[in-house]
Structure formats: C-alpha cells, structure tokens
Design a protein. Structure first.
Length: 195
C-alpha cells in the first residue's frame, strides 16, 4: 500500500480538490491552501489504498498450531470513508474464527485485512461481510464472526447531527452461523455477551 507504487492518478485528484476549493468560495492561491490539493491527494492515496490491495495476499501465509478452538482479536482500530458523503466513519473491528485443521494466520494479518476493506469508499454492512467472506475464502476457516462498531461523521458533524451514535454490524459464517452455542461463546469473548 506504499504511496510510490500507487496506481492512483494524483494530479487528477489535485485538480479536483482545487476545483472544490474554488466552488466553495475559497482562493486556492492563498498561502495556506497552496499545498492543500497535493496533501489531500496523498491523504486519499492512504484512505483508499484498499482498492488496490489484495486480501488473498494478506492471508497468503498461514501456519500450523495445535489449536482447534476460537481465536479472537478484538478492538482493532478501524478508519473508513462512507461512500455516500466521503466522510470518515471510525471505530473498532472485532474478529473471531475457528481454525480448520489447526491452521491459523498471524494476528496482525487480521488487522491488515480490516484495512484492506476499510480503506475504500464503503458502507459498514458491506465491509463487515467482505472481511468475513475473505477469511472463509482465503484462510479456509470452519467459522468466522466479524463485529464492527463505528461512529459515522456524516451523522455527527452534518445532516442529522447526532454525535455519539454507534452503529454495530455483524457477519457470521460457517459453523458459527449454524451453531448457536459456539456463536454465543464467540459473542461473549468479543465482549457482546448477555448483560
Ligand atoms: N446503512 C448504512 N447507511 C449509511 C452508511 N454510511 C452512511 N449511511 C447513510 O446513508 C444515507 C444516505 O442518505 P441520503 O438521503 O441519500 O443522503 P442525505 O440527504 O445526505 O442524508 P442525511 O444524512 O439524512 O442528511 C444516510 O442515511 C446516512 O446516514 C453505512 O455504512 N451504512
Ligand atoms: Zn455518509
């Protein structure tokens, strides 16, 4: 996801940002704004790097561990961009999976996988499902649960203006979708157990 190898058209982003500045009534030639189109272009390269990242590559390395039970990583910081307003939504992703035949992935790869799908124009529901589906497809797990909780700035700073509202989405696949007991155990470990 390095900036230098980005296939994105930075000059085109810069030209568009300059147009937006003019359209809202700003002067793109004033001192403070001179470098802004370039900065925004570089920020977009980061924010949308997931469009050019491959989930299969992130999950390509796996290793055998004698563990047939749940693996849970919770509180993975997540920053994404809502595709309706191009404003950030951010929060935490929680992932639990049941390895098949004792094959696991590196813990950091789960966080990298979140970034692959978060760094795109997104809606939270689709991103949640994409992370779960990628784990089923590329890690070959028995079951997976993904829960994402996030605040959408398009709901906080504009529009309905309700800061603090938390949107929680989940996606469950495989044995965790079929077996209520295993799912309840996973939900409890993820911090969403019975209160
Ligand atoms: N389901 C879902 N909705 C989202 C997400 N991100 C933003 N939205 C919503 O997308 C909707 C877009 O609604 P529109 O009526 O087309 O746009 P709008 O006039 O800007 O809507 P308001 O935000 O209500 O002012 C809004 O209700 C947003 O809150 C998301 O990840 N999932
Ligand atoms: Zn939005």
């Amino acid at each position: 996801m390095a900036e230098l190898s980005s296939p994105m058209d930075l000059p085109r982003i810069e030209a568009a940002v300059r147009e937006i500045l003019i359209a809202v009534g700003e002067d793109p030639e004033r001192d403070g704004l001179l470098d802004t189109p370039g900065r925004v272009a570089r920020a977009y390269v980061e924010a949308f790097a997931g469009l050019h990242a491959d989930p299969a590559e992130v999950l390509s390395k796996r290793f055998a561990v004698d563990h047939q039970e749940l693996v849970i990583v919770r509180d993975i910081a997540m920053y994404s961009t809502c595709e309706h307003h191009l404003l950030p939504f951010h929060g935490k992703a929680h992932i639990g999976y049941l390895p098949r035949n004792g094959y696991v992935t590196g813990l950091s790869k789960l966080a990298r996988l979140v970034d692959v799908f978060a760094r795109r124009p997104q809606v939270q529901e689709r991103m949640t499902g994409q992370i779960a589906d990628a784990l089923v497809e590329h890690l070959d797990v028995l079951g997976v649960i993904v829960v994402i909780e996030a605040e959408h700035l398009c709901m906080s700073m504009r529009g309905v203006r309700k800061p603090g509202a938390s949107t929680i989405t989940s996606a469950v696949r495989g044995i965790l979708a079929r077996n209520a007991t295993t799912r309840a155990e996973a939900m409890a470990l993820l911090g969403f157990g019975p209160r």
